[in-house]
Design a protein around this ligand. Structure first.
Ligand code: SF4
Ligand code: SF4
Length: 340
């Protein structure tokens, strides 16, 4: 598809136009202490000098909490009412390629045995505008999981920063092309001379072999290997890694209200929490923290790729950055890769 040019001044006009039309414009902006993906109302709120926001943008496709039904109980019976959602168009600007790649992982799980219309409708109305990475930090490891800092996967539009602060822009999907055609007054022809900034060079972690990790995990005799207790020894079960992770998707359904009326609510949950697998009987198949951490690692590198042919981990490094005890998932990958 043809590469176009987006001047920064036209990005500001694009935001004003979209917001004027009632769309939501999500972009990297300053949060309480760190850069976050959040809705912005004007160009000036956007942070352009960032590596990766501390949250993922999954909350705009899969909200932390949402009502999925309402109920009332009366003497004639139970009245159960579904909730129809009509999401607004949501443009996610400044996505990083790893985060964009996570969209396929979310779509896979939310369309596995049941089509989750809450997720699908939001994703259908989202336009992912990814900016290729020109910087990285020690926690980034996309190339170790076979992605790149300019990967197109999951993006509708891919932008490459130029030395002048503008962008070379390419539509990746039909949705992206439609968006650029709709705003073709802002997406201009590529000038004959422009200088794209080089994408960052991230070397794959030498000691990690993702395929070997997957094979080792698949071998059921390793499930009870005492190594797990050692690898996950530091984990305190706070769940920060799961909430920050762009591909983690577990949720719980609870009824809130009185005995006679209320709402059925879907909330983010985390496999790192003790009560996540607690049965009504009192039995808990994951009754210690190492078993919960083992599940998360298994999910990323065994269950997910085997079940969905998509990534459980996109190498964003958030779980490393947010972990209060610095349990580094890549160190576990290295440890398992080194086993004979
Ligand atoms: S497991 Fe960690 S590095 Fe992988 S996608 Fe999730 S947060 Fe990112
Ligand atoms: S963030 Fe760290 S301590 Fe918290 S649950 Fe995840 S691995 Fe465990």
């Amino acid at each position: 598809m043809t590469t176009k040019f987006l001047k920064k001044e036209n990005l500001g006009k694009l935001i004003d136009t979209l917001i004027g039309e009632g769309s939501i414009f999500v972009a990297p902006r300053m949060g309480a202490r760190q850069v976050v993906y959040a809705p912005v109302s004007k160009f000036e709120e956007i942070v352009f000098d960032y590596i990766i926001p501390i949250n993922s943008f999954k909350e705009f496709l899969f909200p932390q909490t949402e009502t999925v039904a309402a109920f009332s109980i009366h003497k004639e019976g139970v009245d159960l009412r579904g909730v129809e959602i009509e999401p607004k168009e949501t443009v996610i600007f400044g996505s990083r390629p790893c985060d964009a790649a996570s969209v396929a992982s979310l779509r896979a799980v939310f369309n596995w045995d049941f089509k989750d219309e809450f997720y699908n409708r939001r994703e259908d109305k989202a336009v992912v505008m990814t900016v290729a990475c020109t910087k990285a930090d020690d926690s980034c490891f996309c190339t170790t999981v076979n992605l790149t800092p300019d990967s197109q996967k999951g993006s509708d539009i891919l932008l490459q920063e130029t030395s002048g602060g503008d962008y070379a822009v390419e539509a990746i999907t039909e949705k992206g092309k439609g968006f650029m055609d709709r705003f073709n007054n802002f997406f201009e022809p590529l000038p004959t001379a422009y200088s794209p900034l080089p994408t960052v060079d991230i070397k794959p972690i030498a000691g990690v072999d993702v395929q070997k990790v997957k094979e080792w995990l698949k071998d059921t005799k390793h499930y009870e290997n005492p190594l797990w207790q050692e690898l996950a020894r530091k984990c305190i079960g706070c769940g920060a890694c799961t909430f920050a992770c762009p591909t983690c998707h577990c949720f719980d359904i609870v009824d809130e209200g009185s005995a006679f009326e209320g709402e059925r609510i879907k909330n983010w949950d985390a496999c790192q929490f003790e009560f996540f697998t607690l049965h009504t009987s009192g039995h808990n198949p994951r009754d210690t923290q190492y078993k919960r951490w083992r599940n998360r690692f298994m999910c990323k590198f065994n269950f997910y790729p085997n079940k969905f042919s998509s990534r459980g981990c996109v190498g964003c490094g958030r779980c490393i950055r947010v972990c209060p005890v610095r349990l580094d998932i890549t160190e576990v990958m290295e440890e398992i890769s080194s086993l004979r």
